[in-house]
Design a protein around this ligand. Structure first.
Ligand code: ADP
Ligand code: 5GP
Length: 206
């Protein structure tokens, strides 16, 4: 069997429940590593530097881009977000399945650079429910919520570039579906080339 971890990208409209899902997935199943992104946005209440994000200035972020420290980056509603390279590769090499919770432009860049990456798009059961969740979360002003809803309408056009959609209706069911989806990737032929090669040469030698 291959020792290399899976690279999974999880996207979805703001408020679809990605953060909630990730937390539940990591609590329930081990062997996942959630990449921590760098961002120029302000921390929300309760967020801690180095836990939810590395909160950096615009200058620092631009330096990280120049130094090649990010495997992808994108602008989202006036802020930069990007994935630090080193952690992702280290965790995958150690055999952990790495999840990038990133928006669509970044996801497409990852697919370009790493065609074996698994792209999952998390959907709310309906647009009304999406707005209810954003309002219910209570972390953004109505103005920002409206911008995020407009952004969702734009992002919806890109869903067909993903490999799978998951509907986050009942949280626990969605967590299990995501786990199954990622674990199934381990069975792909392309994920097991070393084992296949070994079997081929063993058979030849018999
Ligand atoms: P995202 O990370 O995608 O922006 P969050 O995880 O912050 O979304 O979830 C947005 C809001 O929706 C939160 O208040 C969260 O508690 C709620 N939520 C998440 N998943 C569900 C679900 N399956 N059913 C009902 N509410 C949910
Ligand atoms: P939020 O401000 O709600 O935490 O995140 C806003 C959006 O940025 C979400 O869609 C989230 O998935 C995305 N995002 C978070 N980190 C990254 C990243 O490293 N790269 C990209 N491209 N998007 C990210």
């Amino acid at each position: 069997m291959s020792d290399q971890g899976i690279l999974a990208v999880v996207s979805g409209f703001s408020g679809a429940g990605k953060g909630t899902l990730m937390k539940a997935l990591l609590e329930k199943h081990h062997n996942y590593a959630l990449s921590i992104s760098a961002t120029t946005r302000e921390p929300r209440e309760g967020e801690r530097d180095g836990r939810e994000y590395f909160f950096v200035t615009r200058e620092k972020f631009e330096e990280m881009i120049r130094e090649g420290e990010l495997i992808e980056h994108a602008q989202y509603v006036n802020n930069y977000y990007g994935t630090p390279r080193q952690y992702v590769f280290q965790q995958m090499a150690d055999g952990r399945d790495v999840i990038l919770e990133i928006e669509i432009q970044g996801a497409l860049k990852i697919k370009e650079r790493f065609p074996e990456a698994l792209l999952i798009f998390v959907m709310p059961p309906s647009a009304d429910e999406l707005k209810r969740r954003l309002v219910g979360r209570g972390t953004e002003s109505m103005e920002v919520i409206d911008r995020r809803m407009r952004r969702a309408a734009e992002e919806a056009a890109g869903i067909t570039s993903y490999d799978y959609i998951l509907i986050n209706d009942t949280l626990d069911a969605c967590v299990e579906e995501m786990h199954q989806l990622i674990q199934t990737q381990h069975k792909k032929v392309s994920q097991n080339l070393d084992f296949i090669e070994q079997m081929q040469s063993e058979l030849k030698a018999m």
